[in-house]
Design a protein around this ligand. Sequence first.
Ligand code: BGC
Length: 514
Amino acid sequence: MAGGALVNSGSGKEYPGKLTLYVLVTCVVAATGGLIFGYDIGISGGVTSMDSFLEKFFPEVHRKQQANRSTNQYCQFDSQLLQTFTSSLYLAALVASFFASGVTRAFGRKWSMFGGGVTFLVGAALNGAAKDVAMLIIGRILLGIGVGFANQSVPVYLSEMAPARLRGMLNIGFQLMITIGILAANLINYGTNKIKGGWGWRVSLALAAVPAGIITVGSLFLPDTPNSLLERGFPDRAQRMLRRIRGTHDVGAEYADLVAASEESKLVENPWANILQRRYRPQIIMALLIPFFQQLTGINVIMFYAPVLFRTLGFGSNTSLMSAVITGLVNVFATLVSIFTVDRLGRRKLFLEGGAQMIVCQIVVGTLIAIKFGTSGEGHFPKGYAAIVVLFICAYVAGFAWSWGPLGWLVPSEIFPLEIRSAGQSINVSVNMLFTFVIAQAFLTMLCHMKFGLFYFFGGWVFIMSLFVFFFLPETKNVPIEEMVLVWRKHWFWGRFIADNDVNGVEKPKSGEK
Ligand code: BGC
C-alpha cells in the first residue's frame, strides 16, 4: 500500500502550464458569485435591527422591543415572521441548487451563473421597493434561487478552470468573496442606518443589485470550461480552450485525462443510485456531516444576527452595527490566513486549532453574558465589559474563518471521485442550506429560551465535531483527487468500506485511454 508517501504525494500528476492572467480574471469574475451569497448573509441582520424597518414590516416586534427595554433582553426579537424574512432565502436556495445542477450540466456553467444573476437582480429590486412583508419574502426567495444557482455552478467552474495544484487556493477564493460580501453588507448597513427619513433599509436591500449586476454581466463574458465543452459535444473547442487557459500548447496529457474522465462519467447513468454503494460510504458521510457541522458551529448566529445580538446585549443601534463591521473585518482577514496555510499546515491542523479556539470563546462569551444577564435576562453591560465580549466574539469568528468556513466548502469538493462528484456537491450545498435555514429560523427563539446557554450549546457541538475530525477525517492536503481513495483505504475506520479492487481502479489506466 502506498502509505505515508501519499500524504505529501509527489506521485500526483503535474500538467504543464501556468496560472495565466486569463484564468485569474475569469476566476475572479466567477467568484463574485460568493460575493452575492455573502451580501445576502450580511444584509438581513443589520436591516432587521433598524427601527424604521421593524416599524414598517414587523410593528409588533418593534413595539415589544421598545416596551421591553428593562425586562427580558433575551426575548425581545423573538418573532417567527422576522426569522422567516432571514431564512426564506436558504430554503429557496436549497431547492434551486438541485435544478441548477441540471442547467449547469446541459447548458454550461456560465448560463447557471447568468440565470442566478438575473434572478438576484429581480429579487433586489423587489426588496428595495417592498411595500409589505409578502413583497419582502418573495424578493428573498428570488435572491435565494440566485444563491442556489450560483453556489452550484461557481465552485464547479472554479475547479474546472484552475490548474490542479492551485485548486485549493482558488476554492478558498470563493470563501474569501463570501466574507467580502458580508463585510460590504455590514458597512452599507452602518451607513444607511444613519439616513434620516427611515428609508435606509431600502438602500441596503436594493444594493444587492450591485454584486448581482457584476455576476450577470460578468458571466456573459466568461468562457465555457473545457470540461463543459467536452460534455456538450465540442471536443475541438474544448482543446482550444484548454490551451488558452493553460497558456501552452502542451496540453495533451491533461486533455486526455479530461476526455477519459468525461467518458467515465458518461458511463454512470444514475449518480444518485451510485453514490449509495458501500465504497462511497466515507464520502457520503462527509458530504452530510461537514456542512451540518459547519452550521452547528453557530457562526451564522453572528453573521445574521450580530447587530441584533449586540442590541440584545444593550449596545445602541449604531454601536451594534459598528460591532458587526468589526467582526466582518476579522472574518475577511482570518480567511486570508487559511489561504496561505491550508496547503502547508493541512486541513486537520486548521480544523482542530480553529475548533479549540471557538470552544474557548463560546464558553467565555456564554459565561460573561450569564454573569450580567443571568437567567432573567435583566441587566446591561458596562462599557469595558462589552468590549471584552466583542473581543471574544472576534476571536471566535477568526477561529471559524480559518477552519470550518473555508474547509466546509473545500474538503467536500476534493474528496469525491469524478463519477459522483456533482451528486456529492449538490448534497453538500443542500445540507449546508438546510442547516443555514434551520439556524436562521430558530436562533431568536433559541436565544429566548436557552439564554446564555445557547453559547454553551454551540460550544458543545464544536467539541463533538472536533472529536469527529480527530478520529474520522484523514488529511487530504496535497493528495491528487484521483488518488483520494487510497487515503480512505488506509484509514483505520473507513478502510473497511473499500475493497481491494476499488483501490486498484485508481492505478489502472483510465478507460478513455485504452
Ligand atoms: C458559510 C456561511 C457563513 C460564512 C461566514 C460560509 O462558509 O457557509 O454559512 O455565513 O461562511 O463567513
